[in-house]
Write a protein that binds this ligand. Structure first.
Ligand SMILES: Cc1cc2nc3c(=O)[nH]c(=O)nc-3n(C[C@H](O)[C@H](O)[C@H](O)COP(=O)(O)O)c2cc1C
Length: 189
């Protein structure tokens, strides 16, 4: 068992994966671990959608890129300038050719959905790191809106996608990006 503090440093965002499937039984174990996360009132609202099909992931990547581009344009978002080149690049797969993707969803109108699903995502990523797997939260892959696609993914109509986590066997673990000094605003004793 990896020491927990070592595990925290072992988890990195991995963007380069071996061409090897992750067994569904293992994905199920990660999801079980994700469900150990706390949730408001213990409501456990998260849904998990597993896509272990690179063709489908490519389609999802294309759809998300297209939606992000039009959303950013409509909102006149300053992020557009930053992300436009990759979003417009036909060859760029937001999922980096990973073999597996997990969407974590929750009820749109529940006040704690983002918090609950984000905690589940953290647990899932740490569980994966502890088992030698790599993950990366890929927000660029979350903008799925077409009703046909949502139906294909079996995402309930009242759910939204909160987290989009890719998963696979890392070719290598990237170095730890620098962290700022903690912003401890106050310690009142
Ligand atoms: C909410 C969220 C969204 C992210 N979206 C993306 C993304 O779309 N594409 C990507 O390559 N990485 C994405 N990342 C990964 C971050 O870039 C990464 O966590 C950060 O650079 C720190 O690296 P580390 O995870 O190895 O500590 C995202 C991370 C978070 C938490």
């Amino acid at each position: 068992m990896t020491d927990f503090r070592d595990l925290l440093r072992l988890r990195r965002s991995v963007r380069d994966y071996e061409d090897r499937e992750v067994p569904v039984s293992l994905v199920r174990e990660l999801i079980t671990d994700a469900c150990e996360a706390p949730s408001a009132s213990n409501r456990q609202p998260c849904g998990f959608v597993v896509v272990a099909n690179r063709g489908m992931m490519r389609r999802l990547s294309d759809e998300s890129k297209k939606n992000l581009l039009s959303d950013m344009k409509a909102l006149k978002s300053p992020m557009l300038r930053l992300y436009r080149p990759v979003l417009k690049d036909e060859n760029f797969n937001v999922f980096y050719n990973a073999p597996c993707l997990i969407y974590i969803t929750g009820p749109r109108d529940l006040h704690s959905t983002v918090k609950d699903c984000s905690l589940a995502a953290s647990y899932l990523m740490l569980s994966a790191a502890g088992r030698g797997l790599g993950t990366c939260w890929v927000d660029l892959g979350s903008a799925i809106k077409a009703p046909e696609t949502l139906a294909e993914l079996h995402i309930p109509e009242d759910h939204k996608i909160v987290a989009s986590i890719i998963l696979g066997y890392p070719r290598e673990i990237p170095p730890r990006p620098p962290r700022n000094e903690p912003k401890i605003l106050t310690i009142i004793k």
